[in-house]
Write a protein that binds this ligand. Structure first.
Ligand code: ADP
Ligand code: ZN
Length: 208
């Protein structure tokens, strides 16, 4: 199954994409994680992406599209994948149609006030990329790999506001885009992680 995850920053795309990756045995492809790795490794893509990410802006379409196209051509993507963070603009969605056919666009829908509080308390594992909420996790270490937890630069308050504005302007139109194609399934998440996992699982088997 080829799935696109839609949703505002902090809606829980990463958490639920990782969960589904384990259950469905298909890779989670997070463009944000790919860029963060590229920045650490100082690759040409990383150098291009860094200034945009630090400001909470989108990396230019052509940089992201080239990176995703290359990634989807790898062997482990043959039986499907979960795209987490791509496409993020209508131009990206249109470009992707030339190299991938999506089965489902899963729209993770979460009230705005929850999003802001979550992003400010989000911490990420430097080892494996898992995310934690400091109000729920009483340690500065990852419980899976023991890695250090840190706060992403773009999870600082000013940048959070900027990212939410960018989402509304550039990414939210994708909801209508995929609805028109008959590919949209909405998961409204208001419960605990376990309850939300159930809602996401159910959303895989329906269309809006
Ligand atoms: P979040 O979903 O919480 O905003 P991500 O880790 O998905 O965080 O993305 C972090 C940053 O990486 C974005 O703010 C943006 O600068 C860049 N980025 C990731 N995916 C894309 C994309 N598809 N197009 C443009 N920029 C992207
Ligand atoms: Zn870890």
């Amino acid at each position: 199954m080829k799935i696109v995850f839609l949703g505002a920053p902090g809606a829980g795309k990463g958490t639920h994409a990782q969960q589904l990756m384990k259950e469905l045995g298909i890779p989670q492809i997070s463009t944000g994680d790919m860029f963060r790795r590229a920045i650490r490794e100082e690759t040409p893509t990383g150098l291009q992406a860094k200034s945009y990410m630090d400001k909470g802006e989108l990396v230019p379409d052509e940089v992201v599209i080239a990176m995703v196209k290359e990634r989807l051509a790898e062997d482990d993507c043959k039986n499907g994948y979960i795209l987490d963070g791509f496409p993020r603009t209508v131009a990206q969605a249109e470009a992707m149609e030339e190299f991938a056919t999506i089965d489902l666009a899963l729209n993770i829908d979460v009230p705005a006030e929850l999003i802001i509080s979550r992003l400010s308390s989000r911490r990420m594992c430097a080892g494996c990329g898992a995310t934690y909420n400091i109000t729920l996790h009483n340690s500065d270490k990852c419980s899976t790999c023991g890695g250090e937890l840190y706060q992403r630069d773009d999870d600082k308050p000013e940048t959070i506001r900027k990212r939410l504005d960018v989402y509304e302007e550039k990414t939210a139109p994708l909801v209508a885009y995929y609805r028109e194609k008959g590919l949209l399934s909405t998961a409204t998440l208001l419960g605990t992680i376990e309850e939300n996992n159930e809602v996401v699982r159910a959303a895989l088997n329906k269309k809006d």
